[in-house]
Design a protein. Structure first.
Lengths: 297, 301
């Protein structure tokens, strides 16, 4: 057949066609942040689908599916209870609940960060084929983790009702407040590491060990007093412990879940402010390097 | 990408002159465009192109494209290998495509054809020069790139639609057509990992062509699938073309170029060598490939 000739398109005035343009010039920092915010807002449906896809996958590929989100923290708690209270004999009263209050948020943190690290580099094929705002990938990875944390409320409720009914207190209602502070910090870190892993694939390997050390330097398995004791004898560790956002965060969970007291608002407030700052910085970094993703992957 | 006012300064004649090695066909096309633009009313800009590319250059940094680890970059840093390695995948590329035209981009492997499509699709930003795209663009670069193996076909249609930025209502509305066109029957609710590669390609093609794009980018996708699907997909592409959409097609299949496109562009080593009538360009490409073959000493047999 002969060449295809133009007809119908011309019935529509050309002025009606949206014009898109790409040039070699790059927007400034404020422009980058603005466009990131727009990306996330206009593509919220994509984020929703990505979150749903992630949850479906995690639920599908094991026999018990999402039941593991309930069993996992319980089993991990049992392991630590055996290790610390029976082998090391360093127990606290109601030690199960004491560490469960830390295991739950920490598992949320470590698995969501792990997902975020590979969220961009794992979509290499797509990034080379389709133009879309890449920032939705780490954001979806972090948000999908919320479901896991929410499921964790089931074993927490069970523990409280069955084993530790004396520990039930109205401060439990403050869990979402502490969780919100943690979420903002996770978004900041997740966006940053997802972009970094595109250029340095070692991030995944390093992160596993960093996360483990991080947990041991946080008041997870033991109370803040132990951490403070360590800080007094090791000056460098003391500095790390001081800037560790999980010091106030895990203490906060422990206050509202285990001790039944209000969390250290000042500490959490500082973490929130710093996290917002970090989020701005990491979104800027992400947007800055985003145009090279398709070339590097 | 920011929407900007239509460029008003460049005239059609200017665009044609910009196109560098443009043949006379280009001038004829411009005259036609001017005529059509007038017919479309006084509001239509004089520059009636769907795609306008000026002085495009794409530079790849070899430092970044290598799969990096900390060790490599540290080694480079120590050896001060900084910005030494980069190459231009495309340089000084200028052309325009009007609504209703289909442009074939041909050339040897590694000439920069696929990079060109990636730039047009907005996946890669130009290092220099600029591009303006007027209209809704859909790319069929590789079929099923966004598919998630664990999800069902139906979920993947929703996900792919969201990645492509298609409205939710629209994708729901077209769901039935997509499933019908892809012809995968009850498998639509099974995980994509159970699909054959043909089924995957059909589904990808059905999604990408379901959007009624003003501009369609195709990269060698028409070679996938069995005979029946190939005929069907050809039919669909022709249908889109008859809707007078602009098409840019990258292919090694010269039949497609002569049969289906009304303009062709030959690219070698990132530069536009020639542009014009498909038959002429194909002949030129074949001659040059033949020369290149002769220039390379054949393996002693």
């Amino acid at each position: 057949m002969g060449p295809v000739l133009p007809f119908a398109a011309m019935q529509r005035p050309l002025a009606e066609f949206p014009v898109a343009r790409s040039t070699a010039t790059r927007p400034g920092p404020i422009g980058l942040l603005g466009s990131a915010a727009r990306d996330v807002w206009t593509r919220r449906r994509l984020i929703r689908y990505l979150v749903r896809a992630d949850l479906k996958k995690k639920g599908n590929d094991t026999l018990f599916g999402n039941v593991w989100w309930i069993l996992d923290p319980l089993l991990q708690m049992s392991v630590y209870v055996v290790l610390v209270s029976i082998i090391f004999q360093r127990s606290q009263p109601d030690y199960g609940l004491f560490i469960f209050a830390a295991i739950l948020p920490w598992k949320w943190f470590s698995s969501a960060i792990g997902d975020a690290i590979s969220s961009v580099s794992g979509q290499d094929r797509l990034i080379k084929q389709v133009q879309f705002p890449k920032i939705v990938l780490p954001v979806a990875a972090i948000l999908a983790g919320i479901a896991q944390f929410a499921f964790g409320m089931i074993p927490l409720a069970a523990l409280l009702v069955i084993l530790y009914p004396d520990r039930i207190s109205p401060t439990l209602a403050l869990i979402p407040v502490v969780a919100f502070v943690q979420l903002i910090f996770m978004l900041a870190l997740g966006v940053f590491v997802s972009a970094l892993n595109v250029f340095f694939r070692d991030v995944g390997n390093v992160s596993r060990h960093v996360l483990r050390l991080w947990f041991y330097l946080s008041p997870g398995l033991y109370g803040a007093d132990v951490i403070n004791g360590v800080a007094q004898s090791h000056r460098y560790l003391a500095a790390l412990i001081k800037i560790n956002p999980f010091y106030p965060i895990l203490n906060g969970y422990r206050s509202v879940i285990y001790e039944g007291t209000a969390p250290d608002w000042q500490g959490l407030g500082v973490v929130l402010l710093v996290s917002v700052g970090l989020l701005v910085a990491s979104v800027w970094f992400f947007k800055r390097v985003e145009p090279t993703f398709a070339k590097v992957l | 990408m920011e929407p900007v006012p239509t460029p008003g300064t460049a005239t059609n004649a200017g665009a044609a002159a910009n196109a560098g090695a443009a043949a006379s066909a280009e001038a004829a096309a411009s005259a036609e465009a001017a005529a059509s633009a007038e017919a479309a009313g006084p509001l239509a800009p004089a520059n009636g192109s769907a795609i306008e590319v000026r002085g495009l250059g794409i530079r790849y940094s070899l430092r970044l494209t290598r799969k990096n680890t900390l060790r490599n970059s540290l080694a480079q840093f120590v050896r001060r290998e900084g910005a030494a390695g980069h190459f231009w995948a495309l340089r000084d590329v200028s052309f325009s495509v009007r609504h209703g035209e289909s442009l074939a981009v041909i050339g040897p492997n590694g000439a920069g054809k696929s990079t060109l499509l990636q730039v047009l699709a907005g996946i890669i930003n130009p290092t220099e020069g600029d591009i303006s795209i007027r209209g809704r663009l859909s790319s069929l670069l590789t079929l099923g790139a966004g598919f998630d193996q664990e999800l069902s076909g139906r979920d993947n249609i929703l996900l792919a639609g969201a990645f492509l930025g298609i409205d939710d209502d629209e994708i729901q509305r077209r769901m039935k057509d997509i499933i019908a066109f892809a012809d995968i029957g009850q498998f639509i609710d099974a995980a994509i990992k159970t699909y054959s590669s043909g089924m995957r390609a059909r589904l990808g093609f059905a999604i990408a062509t379901s959007v009624d794009p003003d501009i369609l980018l195709l990269d060698e996708v028409l070679a996938t699938g069995d005979q029946v699907f190939r005929a069907k997909s050809k039919e669909r592409v022709l249908e889109l073309a008859r809707g007078a959409k602009a098409i840019v097609l990258v292919t090694h299949d010269m039949h497609w170029v002569t049969e289906f496109c009304n303009r062709a562009m030959l690219i070698e080593h990132g530069h536009v060598i020639a542009e014009g009538e498909p038959a002429d360009i194909v002949r030129m490409h074949e001659e040059r490939s033949e020369q290149a073959r002769r220039a390379v000493p054949s393996l002693a047999l």
